[in-house]
Design a protein around this ligand. Sequence first.
Ligand SMILES: *[C@@H]1O[C@H](CO)[C@@H](O)[C@H](O)[C@H]1NC(C)=O
Ligand SMILES: *[C@@H]1O[C@H](CO)[C@@H](O)[C@H](O)[C@H]1NC(C)=O
Ligand SMILES: *[C@@H]1O[C@H](CO)[C@@H](O)[C@H](O)[C@H]1NC(C)=O
Length: 320
Amino acid sequence: MRGVIFLLSLACFVMMTYSQQCRQVLTTVCDDDVVNSSMQKGDKGDVGRSGKSGIPGAQGHPGAKGEPGGAGQKGMQGESCALGSLGTDIVTRLAKIEELLTPPSTTTMATTTVTTTTTSSITSCSTTSSSNGPHTLTSGVEVYCEDEWTIFQRRIDGSVNFSRPWDDYANGFGQIDGEFWLGLDNIHEMTRRGGCRLKIELWDFAGNQAHADYSSFSIESAENLYRLHVSGYSGNAGDSLALSNGYPFSTEDNDNDSWNGDCATSNGGSQGWWFSDCAHSFLNGVWMRQSSGSWHGIIWYHWKRTTEPLKETKMKLRCD
Ligand SMILES: *[C@@H]1O[C@H](CO)[C@@H](O)[C@H](O)[C@H]1NC(C)=O
Ligand SMILES: *[C@@H]1O[C@H](CO)[C@@H](O)[C@H](O)[C@H]1NC(C)=O
Ligand SMILES: *[C@@H]1O[C@H](CO)[C@@H](O)[C@H](O)[C@H]1NC(C)=O
């Protein structure tokens, strides 16, 4: 008897989308079923399971505090991420193969916005004999060199507003001797030949320092949404970039994250970063002394969790 009712419910559930009348019928049948079955033994719960389709909507805030393997809060757990990145990884690899098959000159012409004046590719600090400080590369790009590393992101004091649209993150903004973002096109050009490392230095408001190093680092082209590739972590800050590995860059006006909300705007501002659903790091977050909420501020989860914003950051690359 229960089987028949279940089939009836199932059939009606499917038809429900098409027929308002059927909805009426279903409601009647189901109501009877519930009332009567409540007088029987308590294993009726199985029918109720169809409510499961509601779960995606419940994917709450990007808050994403989830430590790997924690209770299923907000989709930040290792499991779902592993699944997600597996699929993305394949797409990424295909995209990479495609990119490799494309003649270099074509790619250069297609992507460039800042480096329009020269056909020679951008070098970086490691290929110049420049001393530490601001330096203009032969390509015309202004960089800040530090021990042959090229700084491509720096936060110090909140003097530059990082709430910006896609084009600004693509082209770069800020003050080269202060706070700035070098631009995704430039970072892509510098890292596209491979052999690059990434060094991240972090400071909290008490003056403590931590660092995260990656032995391999590259950014894909604009067509591939500047997907991030990092591996080979070492350091004492924790690997808070792993969750962003293989994912495209996202801004408010170019939401390519894999969350059904908008990671770029859910943190008290509108900043770009490499988000899955969402991230364990957010070095472009709003500069603030006191957190105004979970994930507000400059975040490196594995060092300071989500409620203690960082004061200063440096992201720099070096290619051999
Ligand atoms: C429960 O089922 C009986 C038949 O077994 C039916 O007569 C009755 O109307 C049902 N109860 C309700 C509340 O609909
Ligand atoms: C930063 O810029 C955004 C967008 O223009 C603006 O809404 C926001 O108020 C600015 N923030 C500060 C602190 O100036
Ligand atoms: C990236 O985001 C934009 C805006 O949300 C969207 O139009 C575009 O289709 C996305 N690209 C991909 C490859 O998902």
